[in-house]
Write a protein that binds this ligand. Structure first.
Ligand code: GDP
Ligand code: IMO
Ligand code: MG
Length: 430
C-alpha cells in the first residue's frame, strides 16, 4: 500500500506549485487536486511554451499519468470547458488521463454574481476575491444547498438548478444587486448561463467517478499519488489571515476530506515557498515593501496574477509565517522557488521575528491585521550570480548555499528542490 504525497504552497499562493508538480509528475501515477477552484492559476513552462491551469491538475501534460479533480474542488464548467478546449488544441487528450469526482460541487453563474455583490457590500474591507464564485459556492456546500457535478447525471438536474438560482436571485435582490443589467466577464447572466450549459457537453467527455474509491484502490495497487494544493497556507479558511482568506482549507489536512483518504495514508509533504513573499488581494502582509525594492521584485519576478492579471504585492521572506505554515502542514521537504529573481541584489533581508508593540516574538499572532506589527530583519549577503543557468547543486554560489542553509536552520526542514527559473528544466533536485 502506498501513501499520498502532498505538494502545497506555504505563503499566500502563487509559490510555483504548478511548475513543481509538472516536474515531479514523472515520479507519480496520479496527480489529484483536493480543494479550491478556478481561483487558482498554476503556470507550467516547457519547450518554450507557457500553460496556465485553473481547475485541471498540473500533471495533465504527461499522457501516462492520471489526473483527478477531487471532491473537495469546486468547478465552473465554463472555465473547465475553456481549459479542456485549450488542451485539446495543443494536442492533449484529456478524456484519456483526467477524471472528475462526482461529488465535486458546481459553481453556477449566480454564484459569481453573489461573489461580486458580497465584495461590493464590504467596501473598504473587500477581500480582493478573484470573483470566480468561490466563497458563495463553498457557502452553499456547507449550508447543504449546493449542486454537485454528479447531479448532471440525475433526471431532475434542471429543477435543482432553478431552485438554487431562484434562491440566489432573492439574495441578489436583497443586496440591491441588479442582476438584470450586471455582467459576468462582460456577459449578461443569460449569456453566461447559455455558454455554461453548452460547456457541460465538453465536460461530460471526462469520466465522472466515485473518486474516493478510485484513489484508495490506486493506493492498494501500489500506485504513487501526489495531491496538488491550490492557494497557500496563509489563505486557509481556519489558519490564514482571516477574513482575508479563501473559503477552503488549503493545508495538508484538507487532502483527507478533499480526496477521501485517511490521515494515516498521507506520506511526504512538500512545501513550496518563494524566496520572497507575494500577496494578491487585500489583507495583512507584515513584510510588504511599498518601495523600489518591492517594485523590483514585481518587475524581475513578473509578479502579476495568473488568474486575474492583478499586480501582486511583494515583500521579504517572512520566517515566522513560514514556520507556522510548516507546523500546520507537517512539511517534510521544502522547495524554494524564484530566488533567481534576486540574482542582482547586494543584500537580501529575511524577517526572523516580529516586534509587536515592543515585544519581540517569533510566532504569528492571533491578529495579523495589526498596524503595530514591525518585522525584525536579518540582512544576508546577495549572491550576485545568474543562478537560472545553473543546473547542479555543487555549482551554486557559496553565498546562495549559505542563504539556503540559514533558511533550513530557521525552518528546521531541509530544502530538497531548488527552482531557478520558470522552465521545467530550471530545477535542481538535491
Ligand atoms: P502557482 O499558483 O503556485 O502554481 O504559481 P503561479 O503559476 O501562479 O505563479 C508562479 C509564477 O512564477 C509563474 O509565472 C511561474 O512560471 C513562475 N516561476 C515558477 N518557479 C519559478 C522560478 O524558480 N523562477 C522564476 N523566475 N519564475 C518561476
Ligand atoms: P494559486 O493556486 C494567490 C486570493 C485572492 C483573494 C483571496 C480570496 O494560483 O496559488 P477567492 O477568489 O478565493 O475568494 O479570493 O485569496 N487567492 C489567491 N491568491 N493565488 C491563488 O491561487 C489564489 N486563490 C485565491 O486574491 O485575496
Ligand atoms: Mg497561481
Amino acid at each position: 500500500m502506498t501513501k499520498v504525497d502532498v505538494l502545497l504552497g506555504l505563503q499566500w499562493g502563487d509559490e510555483g506549485k504548478g511548475k513543481i508538480v509538472d516536474v515531479l509528475t514523472g515520479d507519480y501515477d496520479l496527480i489529484a487536486r483536493f480543494q479550491g477552484g478556478p481561483n487558482a492559476g498554476h503556470t507550467l513552462e516547457f519547450d518554450g511554451q507557457k500553460h496556465v491551469l485553473h481547475t485541471i491538475p498540473s500533471g495533465i501534460f504527461h499522457p501516462n499519468t492520471m489526473n483527478l479533480i477531487g471532491n473537495g474542488v469546486i468547478i465552473d464548467v465554463l472555465i473547465l470547458h475553456r481549459e479542456l478546449t485549450k488542451l485539446i488544441d495543443k494536442g492533449a487528450i484529456p478524456s484519456k488521463n483526467l477524471l472528475i469526482s462526482k461529488k465535486a460541487h458546481l459553481i453556477i453563474p449566480t454564484h459569481r454574481m453573489l461573489d461580486a455583490a458580497y465584495e461590493r457590500s464590504k467596501g473598504e474591507m473587500k477581500i480582493g476575491s478573484t470573483l470566480k464564485g468561490i466563497g458563495p459556492t463553498y457557502t452553499d456546500k456547507v449550508a447543504r444547498n449546493g449542486l454537485r457535478i454528479g447531479d448532471f447525471l440525475t433526471a431532475n438536474f434542471m429543477e435543482k438548478y432553478q431552485n438554487l438560482k431562484e434562491k440566489h436571485l432573492q439574495i441578489l435582490d436583497s443586496y440591491g444587486f441588479e442582476y438584470q443589467t450586471e455582467t459576468i466577464e462582460g456577459m449578461s447572466l443569460e449569456e453566461y448561463e447559455k455558454q455554461w450549459f453548452s460547456a457541460i457537453e465538453t465536460v461530460r467527455t471526462i469520466p465522472f467517478v466515485d473518486s474516493e474509491h478510485y484513489i484508495n484502490q490506486q493506493l492498494k495497487a501500489g500506485k504513487r499519488v501526489l495531491a496538488e494544493g491550490a492557494q497557500g497556507s496563509l489563505l486557509d479558511i481556519d489558519f490564514g489571515s482571516y477574513p482575508f482568506v479563501t473559503s477552503s482549507n488549503t493545508i495538508s489536512a484538507a487532502v483527507c476530506t478533499g480526496l477521501g483518504i485517511a490521515p494515516n495514508k498521507v506520506g511526504k509533504v512538500y512545501g513550496v515557498f518563494k524566496a520572497y513573499c507575494t500577496r494578491v488581494g487585500s489583507g495583512p502582509f507584515p513584510t510588504e515593501l511599498s518601495n523600489d525594492t518591492g517594485q523590483l521584485l514585481r518587475d524581475n519576478g513578473h509578479e502579476y496574477g495568473s488568474t486575474t492579471g492583478r499586480p501582486r504585492r511583494c515583500g521579504w521572506l517572512d520566517l515566522p509565517a513560514l514556520r507556522y505554515a510548516i507546523m500546520l502542514n507537517g512539511v517534510t521537504d521544502l522547495i524554494i522557488t524564484k530566488a533567481d529573481v534576486m540574482d542582482s541584489f547586494e543584500t537580501i533581508d529575511v524577517c526572523t521575528h516580529y516586534n509587536i508593540d515592543g515585544e519581540i516574538v517569533d510566532m504569528i499572532p492571533y491578529e495579523l491585521n495589526n498596524a503595530g506589527i514591525e518585522p525584525v530583519f536579518k540582512s544576508l549577503e546577495g549572491w550576485k550570480t545568474n543562478i537560472s543557468a545553473i543546473n547542479k547543486i555543487e555549482l551554486l554560489p557559496t553565498t546562495f548555499m549559505d542563504y539556503i542553509r540559514f533558511v533550513e536552520q530557521e525552518a528546521e526542514v531541509p530544502v530538497t528542490i531548488v527552482s531557478t527559473g520558470p522552465d521545467r528544466e530550471q530545477t535542481i533536485i538535491r
